[in-house]
Design a protein around this ligand. Structure first.
Ligand code: GLN
Length: 485
């Protein structure tokens, strides 16, 4: 196996034993990028010079015996987290020239842990989308089938891990943007509890739903990344001050006697038969591990999409008001006066999906409609949260498919936003409730497309997710395949 194909924990062993160096690891990653990146397009920007310098520094540290949790590990960053002095675009023309004056907290934490940044990963514009087709820098392709989408909005972060163009990566998840692309690309993706990971320096889409989380090649790596990412940040007012466990202790622990909630509302007609079959097989593995399945109900599930598509656009319309040509990024060169400058900057700077969301959100928040839409949606959101609280009294974790279908064709849903929105049918509810969720690979379709299974748990119970996902991973004997590129 090549170095770029290994996991964090495998590389850590080799680095500790002196079998390899950080420089050799990053070189193998860039060799891979040279071969596949043109076809996959995981990255908006590569950071080769910075990465080589960071790897050299890591090798000096290693020589001194100073080895931190991610020393020499190549990590990709979704282009939504601010990187000091390095362009951060959010996949949008309106930020194509934006150079942040500071690092996001997660960037600081990863760097302090010894990570080597490979580049900024492609994404749907402002994280609005499920296919990484709305980036102004072009589409990202699924490494398992280059005619298909990788999922979104963190598509580039998912493909970079799946195609071995990095070892782990960072994404953000507002309604499924880590878990859905993880499922469609055959990697592990975790959305932490709201408040678990600092959002400082994360460009805001919908502030009450956004969370940052990792993409990794296996569950142990997910635990290693969470150890670095999680924790209180005084610079972020919704970050929660509660103890962070060592997530690695949950790996390999087993789940004998656990109750696994199977929500009837998530096993509906319309799920792709091959996805349904893969999940059925996975449930049998969970039972073999000692998990006991119990039927549960999340009665307000049918309202999740509608509630999300009021609340997320409402918050987005407010968050995106700051892009007016004055303070950040792009400004039109053709303005007659101030108002005309605002209008033209936003007309030219934003893409169609972002404009659609701003208009929906502005409408939902307008004085005549606020009670009918935003207020009503917030009330139903409370009911959805209550559903989970009740259901989680009856079980330790909840099991669902991550997505209703495997990866679809590029262009297949671009003209039909409502069809596109259905991709997140199973992931959106946990953002509304603020609870954590993980997607783990659970097999392939006959055509060789990955399928993902999702586990959900109560607030701050990421440890449980890692425990069950690792038990599943160990016992499932999923064939080890790599995309043929
Ligand atoms: N696909 C969903 C949307 O378009 C979720 C995106 C996300 O999680 N960032 O809003």
């Amino acid at each position: 196996m090549e170095l770029n194909q290994l996991t964090i924990h495998e590389l850590q062993e080799k680095i500790k034993n002196g079998q390899t160096s950080a420089t050799q690891v990053i070189e193998s990653v860039f060799n891979r990028i040279d071969v596949v990146e043109e076809r996959v397009h995981s990255y908006i920007r590569l950071m080769k010079d910075e990465a080589l310098a960071a790897a050299k520094k890591a090798d000096e540290d290693i020589k001194k015996g100073d080895i931190k949790p991610l020393t020499g590990i190549p990590v990709a960053l979704k282009d939504i987290v601010c990187t000091k002095s390095i362009t951060t675009t959010c996949g949008s023309h309106i930020l194509h020239n934006f150079v942040p004056p500071y690092d996001a907290t997660v960037v600081e934490k990863l760097r302090d842990a010894g990570a080597v940044f490979v580049g900024k990963a492609n994404m749907d514009e402002f994280a609005m989308g499920s296919s990484t087709e709305t980036s102004c820098f072009g589409v990202t392709r699924n490494p398992w089938d280059l005619t298909r989408i990788p999922g979104g909005s963190s598509g580039g972060s998912a493909t970079a891990v799946a195609a071995d163009e990095c070892i782990a990566s960072i994404g953000s998840d507002t309604g499924g943007s880590i878990r859905q692309p993880a499922a469609l690309c055959g990697v592990v993706g975790l959305k932490p509890t709201y408040g678990r990971v600092s959002r400082f320096g994360l460009i805001a889409f919908a502030s009450s739903l956004d969370q940052i989380g990792p993409f990794t090649k296996d569950v142990e790596d997910c635990a290693i990344m969470m150890n670095v990412l999680a924790g209180y940040d005084p610079r972020e007012s919704t970050s929660v001050q509660t103890e962070v466990p060592d997530y690695r202790q949950f790996v390999g622990k087993g789940i004998a006697g656990w109750k696994i909630g199977i929500p009837k509302e998530y096993f509906i007609e319309g799920i792709d038969p091959e996805v349904a079959a893969a999940i059925k097989k996975a449930i049998a593995v969970i039972e073999k591990c000692g998990g006991q399945c119990v039927d549960i109900s999340l009665p307000h599930t049918e309202y999740c999409l509608a509630v999300y598509y009021i609340i997320a656009p409402a918050e987005a319309s407010s968050n995106l008001a700051r892009y007016d040509g004055v303070k950040y990024g792009y400004r039109t060169s053709e303005a007659r006066d101030l108002l005309d400058m605002y209008k033209k900057t936003r007309t030219q700077g934003f893409g169609t999906e972002v404009k659609r969301r701003i208009m929906i959100g502005t409408y939902a928040l307008s004085s005549g409609y606020y009670d009918a839409y935003y207020k009503k949606a917030s009330q139903v959101r409370a009911l959805i949260k209550h559903d989970f609280a009740e259901a989680l009294k009856k079980c330790d974790v909840i099991l669902t498919p991550t997505t209703p279908t495997p990866a679809f064709k590029i262009g297949e849903k671009t003209d039909n936003p409502l069809q596109m929105y259905l991709s997140d049918l199973f992931t959106i509810s946990s953002n509304l409730a603020g609870i954590p969720g993980i997607s783990v690979p659970c097999g392939f379709t006959a055509a060789g497309l990955p399928v993902g299974m999702q586990f959900l748990a109560g607030h701050f119970e990421e440890g449980k997710l890692i425990q069950i996902a690792s038990a599943y991973e160990k016992n499932a004997n999923i064939e080890k395949r790599r995309p043929q590129l």
